[in-house]
Design a protein around this ligand. Sequence first.
Ligand code: ATP
Ligand code: MG
Length: 229
Amino acid sequence: HQADVRGDITIENLSYTYYGSDQPVLNNINIELKAGEKLALLGRTGCGKSTLLQLLTRNWDPQQGQIRLDSTALPSWHEESLRKAITVVSQRVDVFNGSLRENLLLAKPDASDEELAQVLNQVGLEALLEDTALDTWLGEGGRQISGGERRRIGIARALLHDAPILLLDEPTEGLDRRTEQQILSLLMDHAKDKTVLFITHRLVGLDQMDHICLMDKGDIIERGQHHTL
Ligand code: ATP
Ligand code: MG
């Protein structure tokens, strides 16, 4: 299926068990999001949030149930359509051995240096630009980056990649309060018309979500909106 994704996400009776385990980590999950809607997914550590994200990006396949994007089942989409449709800020952002420029161009291959510099400023990484600018080598044999910097690189990539679906897995973990607010508003501005799944432990930014789901041990145990929960 090679058309462009509009951004509806339907998760139906989805269950997932890791290989070698006898307990499902996801238990009959049902979620429906119309294009442009925003959902926050909360729940204690280990309840299955990141696993759900792995299934949404088709890294693993569920044993039961299905996920549809628009009206088409996830397995039927072309890899390229999925890559164009979904932006992910994972809980652990991957930075590869390469220049800062190369690490950012992954998200938008045709971006100009000016555009990259502007995004780095937005996410508070202008210090990385000071020395050797976009040629700064990251990773092995290069500049060692901190956890916070790594996360901001993930956010910068998300801001560069203009896709209809944005999946955020604890995007501001480890950032201070003020930075957290700034980064969340940047992301939400960027995601105005996008479908958003926002995984978080914190209670920040929930007022901007259409739906809030509370997960426990692989189940969604409560659903509501900011003012009802
Ligand atoms: P956190 O809030 O700490 O990020 P989470 O809700 O994202 O937690 P998951 O990462 O989805 O939780 O993990 C759910 C459960 O599945 C945990 O018990 C975890 O140990 C287990 N698990 C996660 N990844 C794997 C894996 N690759 N193989 C086997 N078990 C896994
Ligand atoms: Mg997780």
